[in-house]
Design a protein around this ligand. Structure first.
Ligand SMILES: Nc1nc2c(ncn2[C@@H]2O[C@H](COP(=O)(O)OP(=O)(O)OP(=O)(O)O)[C@@H](O)[C@H]2O)c(=O)[nH]1
Ligand SMILES: [Zn+2]
Length: 229
């Protein structure tokens, strides 16, 4: 007989003991009970589950108490999701999404949400890729793929500068455009929740490639887009 626990209604924690999964009426809460982990990831998730259990114990927690019973497994799966970019490549994403188009003016996408993990402290940094711009040289890409490139590199352990560069380089290599510009604005929880504890600090990084780097007029035009909020 399998048991699991469901909780949280209207902010109050209530614990109910349920029989089998198919008897459970709280579908949303129980989705996580179904093992959606890919078979090749199961052993990694299982090792991480043990590691999270150790961390909780070392922090003085009782891993047998109801609220924590499945926490190591949930945390392992969450970490797997936060770092899913390691299993993706830009090539896979851009497959079939690049096409010829006689458009030589700027293509600019703004405000793509971004969630990443700081490689120094393993805590989140998040914000937006405020601007991705490129000047096509015959080839353009499906717009959603720019956001998917952001996902590939942000869903890893990162520093903001490298993330900015990887996004710009990926577009540069895939499209061979005349120029690429990427600007990221993000808040680092390692600077907010710990350490220096500056809650309003935002970090801006940019990478300019090709004509955006060499042509002052184009750079000026790009900057005017940035300032036109
Ligand atoms: N350049 C850069 N630094 C980052 C990024 N994320 C975190 N950091 C910094 O990495 C540095 C790590 O410095 P350490 O002195 O080794 O670590 P620490 O003692 O925890 O530093 P404090 O945060 O100052 O307490 C800190 O200054 C962080 O703010 C990032 O994306 N880019
Ligand atoms: Zn950090």
């Amino acid at each position: 007989m399998e048991f699991h626990y469901a909780s949280e209604f209207n902010g109050n924690v209530s614990v109910s003991k349920l029989n089998k999964h198919n008897e459970c009426k709280h579908n949303d809460l129980c989705k996580e009970e179904k093992d959606s982990t890919a078979p090749e990831d199961r052993s990694a998730v299982s090792c991480m589950e043990k590691a999270y259990s150790t961390i909780l114990k070392e922090l003085g927690e009782d891993v047998e108490r109801e609220g924590l019973l499945r926490t190591p497994l949930r945390a392992a799966k969450a970490m797997k999701f936060f770092t899913k970019g390691y299993q993706e490549t830009v090539q896979d994403i851009l497959n079939d999404a690049i096409f010829d188009e006689n458009h030589h003016e700027v293509v600019l996408v703004k405000d793509i949400d971004l969630f990443s993990l700081c490689e120094h402290h393993l805590v989140p940094f998040f914000g937006k890729v405020a601007h991705i711009a490129y000047l096509p040289n015959r080839r353009v890409v499906g717009l959603s793929k720019l956001a998917r490139i952001v996902e590939v590199y942000s869903r890893r352990f990162q520093v903001q500068e490298r993330l900015t560069k990887q996004i710009a380089m990926a577009i540069n290599e895939a499209l061979e455009p005349a120029g690429v510009a990427v600007v990221i604005e993000a808040a680092h929880m390692c600077m907010v929740m710990r350490g220096v504890q500056k809650i309003n600090a935002n970090t801006v990084t940019s990478v300019l490639l090709g004509t955006y780097k060499t042509d002052p007029k184009l750079r000026e035009e790009f900057l005017s887009h940035i300032h036109r909020k």
